[in-house]
Design a protein around this ligand. Structure first.
Ligand SMILES: Nc1nc2c(c(=O)[nH]1)N[C@H]1C(S)=C(S)[C@@H](COP(=O)(O)OP(=O)(O)OC[C@H]3O[C@@H](n4cnc5c(=O)[nH]c(N)nc54)[C@H](O)[C@@H]3O)O[C@H]1N2
Ligand SMILES: Nc1nc2c(c(=O)[nH]1)N[C@H]1C(S)=C(S)[C@@H](COP(=O)(O)OP(=O)(O)OC[C@H]3O[C@@H](n4cnc5c(=O)[nH]c(N)nc54)[C@H](O)[C@@H]3O)O[C@H]1N2
Ligand code: SF4
Ligand SMILES: [Mo]
Length: 697
């Protein structure tokens, strides 16, 4: 056994944004995990957290760079050979087509340090504007609506533990009983209003479950807003003191009264009124959104409409109440702040803002004019690959788009049209298997860094094990590649602490200000939520900001803004050929594209294969039977799934988990419609048909 670094470390789960605190230890070569005393998970872990160590020495672990030869097969090579090849091909492509011919696709699971360095690498070492990341598929609608309403986007502007004091919580399109199980312990005391087309395990716990047709939450949120005003629940004093925009929002919502909304959504008007009465009469109430409300071509307006409701009831910025979005990926919050987004520089700054460019260029030691401008959004980037004027080379870190991007068969074709696809991963994800060069990287328990959880708290990821031989950290190989592209090595520190110190300076004065946070404070156990500015020399350290907006919102006038939004139909409606709505989402035992969790035997046994949930009456009409295979077809294509007949679905809706590869990919059928503002794909609704799948005799 090689010497290992520590016997036990306090760290966090590698998966979702809850970032449950864990103690990771090793004995006799085995790694064991148990929940650490950490307020967010309060002694709990979900099945994924408990089984996370299995991934560290999974049989499919990549241990050497792979280079695809002329025969189409992978050959293991040394790092020098792999990076020399990548650098030579990148230089060639750049010379031939210009810097924007090289693109980067990042991920919301990357540490803050990686996300930051990746954005810097793209803008300086590659000089490209073409960088975006999978958070566009995840957080972008809530982020856009939250920024417009509050002047700043932090998923939960309050600690998770505050939820435990609520009397009522409205969950719109979130299923935390499966996606963040330990969160449920903070929801025990509250009466839940759950808005979900399916009767999920979360909805089972609800005092009231509203079941809209997928894609109609915008109308539903407007109906709730209308009902709140009708029922005299609007907090006019709060609206006058702390907000602007109520009158314009009301004018547009005035004709979306609950009975009309019932016809659009299928949610009874009486239930809409009951929901707002529960919320409006509670002392302490929260409105929370998840991907079910956000992943739509109307996602930004839908979140804005839920925020309008929360503002009308006077919740945001009131102690014990509020609005929040449940951020998804491990570093879904930090990942959206440090510059791996097409339109962004570190500190959550806009890449088009001259002052932001000057500040960041100063930290990077370059001329502001040398920084590229905004690039394409995630799906548009993938869709442009290999096309005339589009990127010819792509580097992927922390995503598996062949499974997780909408219209996945089309995305796979675009990836195949590239001159160079480089994927860094610790397992051979489906996307890695299509690459020209695969770079094997370290995993969470083998590296140091920071993550920012769904409540904006910065956490330390700590190293328990030495990485296997042949594996490098992302920071290291980015530096090694940058040097080969002609960059000075000192511009790309490979030590996480050094990267964080630079990130602090780059973020100083920005919307997500980390300048007062450092590893020493985090290691001393301080609970630091951004913004946490450094302050003048000699001033006492800033305590961080667990609760935001208590006195003022982040707009210059201190007021929140209600958005003037009106009902709009989803981009795709069910019709004769495709009479059903398909919606997609998650199950407890699988994570995302499944690249990680499908390799953990216990998880894969719990959720081994793609399935389609369908109501018994709908199954009868379609001639499909429980347990048999069915074909689910949309205008984009067909996927195959095992039929699960269940009365938890609406009769017009089927549900598909998106965790599975190959012909069982839900994203073979999903739509490429994008929200006009956030560019979020409409993962949560498309029109399909379902047919029996004849089994060859
Ligand atoms: N087990 C597990 N946990 C995870 C993840 C995972 O892959 N697996 N991923 C993590 C990540 S990145 C994320 S983003 C979060 C996501 O966490 P959630 O948002 O809770 O997860 P989803 O299953 O995508 O969607 C939630 C619910 O939206 C419902 N829904 C579908 N269409 C609509 C609609 O039109 N309106 C409404 N109101 N609801 C609708 C679905 O039925 C589903 O139950 O989970 C995180 N946690
Ligand atoms: N139909 C449908 N599609 C969806 C969704 C949906 O609800 N429905 N949800 C969307 C959402 S919310 C999300 S977040 C995306 C997620 O989908 P993806 O972007 O595909 O995310 P993951 O499956 O987590 O893929 C992460 C990959 O990076 C690797 N990896 C993890 N950490 C690191 C690291 O530190 N460095 C490197 N180099 N690699 C790493 C993992 O092994 C894995 O292969 O899917 C989106 N797609
Ligand atoms: S809820 Fe999320 S962070 Fe917690 S153990 Fe499960 S996957 Fe890990
Ligand atoms: Mo996500």
């Amino acid at each position: 056994m090689p010497p290992e670094t520590a016997l036990a470390v306090a760290t966090h789960c590698p998966y979702c944004a809850l970032q449950c605190g864990t103690e990771l230890s090793r004995r006799d070569g085995e790694v064991a995990v148990r929940p650490a005393p950490f307020p967010v998970n309060a002694g709990g872990l979900c099945q994924k957290g408990w089984t996370a160590p299995a991934l560290l020495d999974t049989p499919g672990r990549l241990r050497a760079p792979l280079l695809r030869g002329a025969d189409g097969e992978f050959t293991p090579v040394g790092w020098d050979a792999a990076l020399d090849t990548v650098a030579a091909r990148l230089k060639h492509i750049r010379r031939r087509y210009g810097p924007d011919a090289v693109a980067v696709f990042g991920g919301g699971g990357l540490t803050n340090e990686k996300a930051y360095l990746l954005g810097k690498f793209a803008r300086l070492a590659l000089g490209t504007s073409q960088i975006d990341y999978n958070g566009r598929f995840c957080m972008s609608s809530a982020a856009a609506a939250g920024t417009a309403a509050f002047g700043l986007d932090r998923g939960l502007p309050f600690p998770v533990t505050d939820l435990a004091g609520a009397n009522v919580i409205l969950l719109a399109g979130a299923n935390p009983a499966e996606t963040m199980p330990p969160l449920m312990r903070h929801l025990n005391a509250a009466r839940l209003v759950v808005i979900d087309p399916r009767r999920t395990p979360t909805a089972e716990r609800a005092a009231l479950h509203l079941r809209p047709r997928p894609g109609t939450d915008l109308a539903l949120a407007l109906g709730l807003f209308h009902a709140a005003v009708d029922e005299n629940l609007a907090d006019h004093d709060y609206l006058a003191r702390r907000t602007t925009g109520f009158d314009a929002a009301w004018r547009l919502a005035a004709d979306t009264w609950p009975e009309r909304v019932e016809r659009i959504t299928g949610v009874p008007a009486a239930d809409q009124r009951a929901a707002v009465r529960l919320l409006g009469e509670a002392d302490r109430a929260y409105v929370l959104t998840g991907r079910g409300a956000e992943q739509h071509s109307t996602g930004v307006d839908t979140v804005a409409a839920y925020i309008n409701l929360a503002l009308t009831l006077g919740l945001p910025g009131r102690p014990g109440s509020g609005y929040g979005c449940l951020t998804g990926q491990g570093n879904g919050q930090g990942g959206r702040e440090h510059g791996q987004k097409a339109d962004q520089l570190p500190g959550y700054r806009a890449i088009t803002d001259p002052a932001a460019r000057a500040h960041v260029a100063g930290v990077w030691g370059v001329d502001p004019d040398s920084l590229p401008g905004p690039g394409r959004s995630a799906y548009e980037l993938l869709d442009a690959l290999g096309t005339p004027g589009g990127p010819r080379a792509l580097l992927v870190l922390g995503s598996n788009p062949i499974v997780s991007a909408p219209h996945a068969a089309h995305v796979a074709r675009r990836l195949a049209g590239l001159e160079l696809l480089v994927v860094a991963d610790f397992v051979a994800s489906e996307t890695a298997r299509h690459a020209d060069v695969v770079l094997p990287v370290t995993q969470w328990a083998e590296e140091e860094g920071t993550m920012t959880n769904l409540e904006g708290r910065v956490l330390r990821r700590r190293r328990l094990l030495d990485p296997p031989p042949g594996v490098r950290g992302d920071l290291t190989w980015l530096r090694d590649l940058a040097v080969r592209l002609g960059e000075p090595a000192e511009r790309y520190p490979a030590e996480p602490r050094a990267v964080f110190d630079e990130l602090r300076r780059a973020s100083a004065g920005g919307r997500a200000d980390y300048s007062g946070i450092d590893y020493d404070r985090l290691d001393a156990g301080e609970a630091l939520h951004w913004p946490c500015p450094a302050g003048p020399p000699g001033a006492p350290p800033h305590p961080g900001t667990p609760r935001m907006f208590l006195d003022r919102f982040a707009h210059p006038d201190g007021r929140a803004r209600l958005a003037p939004v009106e009902h709009r139909e989803a981009a795709e409606d069910a019709d004769g050929d495709y009479p059903l709505y398909a919606t997609t989402g998650r199950v407890l035992a699988q994570y995302q594209s499944g690249a990680q969790t499908r390799r953990v035997p216990e998880l894969n046994d719990a959720a081994p294969e793609p399935f389609v949930e369908i109501h018994p009456d709908t199954a009868d009409r379609a001639g499909v039977r429980d347990g048999e295979l069915a074909r689910v077809t949309s205008a984009r294509g067909t996927m195959l799934a095992r039929v699960r007949v269940t009365a938890t679905l609406r009769t017009d809706t089927v549900f598909l988990p998106f965790h599975f590869p190959g012909p069982g990919r839900a994203n073979l059928v999903t739509s490429t419609a994008l929200d006009p503002v956030s560019r979020m794909p409409a993962f949560k609704v498309c029109a399909v048909r379902i047919d029996p799948c004849p089994v060859p005799a």
